[in-house]
Design a protein around this ligand. Structure first.
Ligand SMILES: [Zn+2]
Length: 246
């Protein structure tokens, strides 16, 4: 083979490796809490504040009905939603703030797109995302976060191992309440109202214009009506798969 041909051939092979060989197989971990065999059951409500604004329908309903929740906040959201942060900090019995990353970048250490969002793409970028999220929370005066949930809630297994080494548990879920805040109110209500003892619900508190937010409120009120109680992740033993909590 001529030298030039050989060179072009090698170039083609290495390009193919870059474009397809590096994408990691991602996992979407589940999380449950210890069931409460003695009562009507208990569930953990987790709400993501990815970016954007605050859904005050949900925030007011939580305060009025004394429903505790674990809120996963990003550095971006904290900067733009000082009033909501004040309300949460004024009710430490209700709200636990945890780490959703500095910039809402998926905790995946290979370059790829997840739901159209570009991943962190390298181990260093995953570290930066996790640590900048924790630093942003520290600036609010809140206790240091113990849980992390990455943007899109999908991870490369190697990123999970890194985040665990930083001392965070990783918050999966067992009920996708609002389908990324894109579901209608009725379907969101149905999904959340179907939660059972030990479930961990995920929904969003940053999309005030979406119909899903109304469904979050209705679903939670239905659970309360049935006698279920709500706990935050710090107040329950969370059990996740894919090495996220053990
Ligand atoms: Zn998010």
């Amino acid at each position: 083979m001529h030298l030039l041909q050989k060179h072009l051939c090698m170039l083609a092979i290495s390009l193919a490796v870059v474009s397809s060989g590096n994408a990691a197989t991602l996992v979407e971990p589940t999380l449950h809490i210890q069931p409460d065999a003695t009562g009507a059951g208990r569930v953990a409500l987790t709400l993501d504040a990815c970016g954007g604004q605050t859904d005050n329908r949900i925030l007011s309903a939580l305060v009025e009905n004394k429903i505790p929740a674990t809120i996963f906040v990003t550095g971006i959201w904290l900067k733009r939603n000082a009033a909501a942060v004040e309300i949460m900090r004024a009710h430490p019995d209700l709200f636990e703030l945890e780490n959703h990353g500095g910039h809402h970048v998926p905790a995946v250490d290979t370059p790829q797109k997840i739901y159209g969002i570009r991943s962190a793409g390298s181990p260093d970028a995953v570290l930066a995302e996790v640590e900048s999220g924790a630093a942003a929370l520290a600036r609010t005066g809140e206790p240091a976060p113990k849980w992390f949930r990455g943007a899109t809630a999908e991870y490369s297994p190697s990123a999970i191992a890194m985040i665990r080494k930083l001392g965070f548990k990783i918050a999966g879920f067992s009920i996708n309440g609002d389908g990324g805040s894109l579901l209608g109110a009725r379907e969101t209500t149905r999904r959340i109202a179907a939660a059972r003892d030990g479930d961990v619900i995920i929904a969003h508190i940053n999309q005030p214009t979406h119909a899903a937010g109304e469904g979050v409120v209705q679903g939670l009120l239905a659970l309360k009506e049935k006698g279920l109680t709500f706990v935050r992740l710090d107040d329950a033993d969370g059990i996740g798969n894919h090495g996220t909590t053990d």
